[in-house]
Design a protein around this ligand. Structure first.
Ligand code: GLY
Ligand code: MN
Ligand code: MN
Length: 417
């Protein structure tokens, strides 16, 4: 992988004009209370460019006015005392071995290094500093990059601060063979765990017990990483898209919607399946289920380079529109959007809802997206979502989740065992 990280960094800076500097922060774990902290979640762009999953590190790429590039990684020094309590910090040689960056420097030297670079560019035009300044939501707390940008602008008003997010999107959207291999492993582990859940499911079981089967199966497989908090929603709770209380009984005759995934090397799987807790679909459940499965097939048949996920979503809406009467859903003034109120796809990768340009950008070979139509009929306590993850190829897709049972017949056969 080291060669890939080296290539990614050089691609990121190759089309930038010197003098410039790119700084990417690994982040750190937010404090929870007193001496406890939330689990550390490495900044995905930092990880993509270095392969290192460690807090309090800064990647710095510099290009001078002659176009010469220097790479540095700022890390906290190894601490023998800390090592006795929580294990050691990463040593410089290990950081070099993983990332391919030779120039490992002390974290406390970062400000001086910034100053020294900006000083060295005097007289060679505007110095650009690129940071990941994207905010997912308006009131999101400042990241280290935002804080650094504010400080930089105050101390060096002539420096031009620019956003590197768009460059990261363009790179991370297209998955390499190595990345697909990680994603396939996440699919395999998730598949095994879902089959374990199907075999274990019984009426009057608590959603949490089903969740426990998923978690246990992953642990048994040596997998420690979940892509996101599992959703185990019985009956009408399936109509709540991101229900994750997972603490209610699933009664005989009800279906349960599961939306979960493991991750491998931080590459996510995102799978939804819906099944009757007693192992046998009623006629009505089968009718709704097969309508959703048909919608998924339509999307899979049409997903290819040039098409947008917005267009794929419209195909789902059009298909449901054509089925609304025979499904008995054209009532009380309701329309498709009352029964299907999310999008059919999102990008998948190091993040579950991965970095992307949005719904109106044509698909390209190498992208991985979800295909997740649903139908949610709260008044009937039925909510169905079927979600597979697909790789866009030159002329269509490869269904990475094909091995995970999804037809009525496959599900009933497994649950009968
Ligand atoms: N698991 C969240 C989603 O499917 O988008
Ligand atoms: Mn999902
Ligand atoms: Mn999804």
């Amino acid at each position: 992988m080291k060669e890939s990280y080296i290539a990614r960094r050089s691609k990121l800076i190759e089309n930038k004009q010197g003098p410039c500097m790119i700084c990417i922060f690994s982040g750190n774990a937010p404090r929870k209370s007193l001496d406890s902290v939330y689990p550390f979640y490495v900044d995905r762009n930092f990880f993509y460019l270095t392969g290192i999953d460690h807090e309090n590190m800064i990647l710095m790429l510099r290009k001078d006015q002659n176009g010469d590039v220097t790479e540095s990684l700022f890390i906290e020094p190894y601490d023998e005392e800390l090592a006795k309590w929580v294990g050691g910090r990463m040593r410089a040689d290990e950081a070099t071995e993983i990332s391919g960056i030779d120039n490992i420097r002390d974290f406390s030297d970062f400000s001086a290094a910034v100053h020294s670079f900006i000083n060295s560019t005097r007289g060679f035009g505007k110095t650009h500093v690129y940071l990941d300044l994207w905010r997912h939501v308006e009131n999101q707390a400042d990241t280290q990059a935002h804080q650094f940008a504010a400080k930089l602008q105050q101390r060096y008003p002539a420096v031009v601060i620019d956003d590197i997010f768009g460059d990261m999107v363009a790179m991370r959207l297209i998955k390499s063979h190595e990345e697909i291999a990680f994603m396939r492993k996440a699919q395999d582990a998730t598949c095994t765990a879902i089959i374990a859940m199907l075999k274990y499911a019984r009426p009057e079981m608590n959603e949490s017990e089903l969740e426990g089967i998923f978690d246990f199966s992953l642990k048994k497989q040596g997998v420690r990483e979940h892509a996101f908090t599992s959703i185990i929603a019985g009956g009408g709770r399936a109509a709540i898209l991101h229900y994750d209380n997972n603490d209610q009984i699933v009664h005989d005759g009800e279906m349960v919607l599961i939306d979960l995934g493991s991750a491998d090397g931080h590459y996510c799987a995102d799978i939804s399946r819906t099944f009757p807790i007693n192992g046998k679909f009623t006629d009505r459940q089968r009718q709704i289920y097969n309508a959703v499965l048909d919608a998924q097939r339509i999307v899979m048949a049409n997903a290819k380079p040039g098409v947008t996920t917005g267009q794929l979503n419209q195909m789902v809406i059009d298909y449901y529109e054509s089925r609304l009467d025979d499904l008995g859903l054209r009532k009380d003034g309701k329309g498709v959007r009352d029964y299907y109120y999310h999008g059919v796809s999102h990008s998948l990768g190091l993040d579950t809802h991965d970095i992307s340009h949005g719904r109106n950008v044509p698909l390209q070979p190498g992208m991985v997206i979800t295909v997740e139509p649903g139908l949610y009929i709260e008044e009937e306590s039925i909510g169905v979502r079927i979600e597979n993850d697909v790789l866009i190829t030159e002329d269509g897709i490869i269904d990475l989740s094909a091995a995970i049972p999804s037809t009525v017949e496959e599900i009933e056969a497994i649950m009968a065992k």
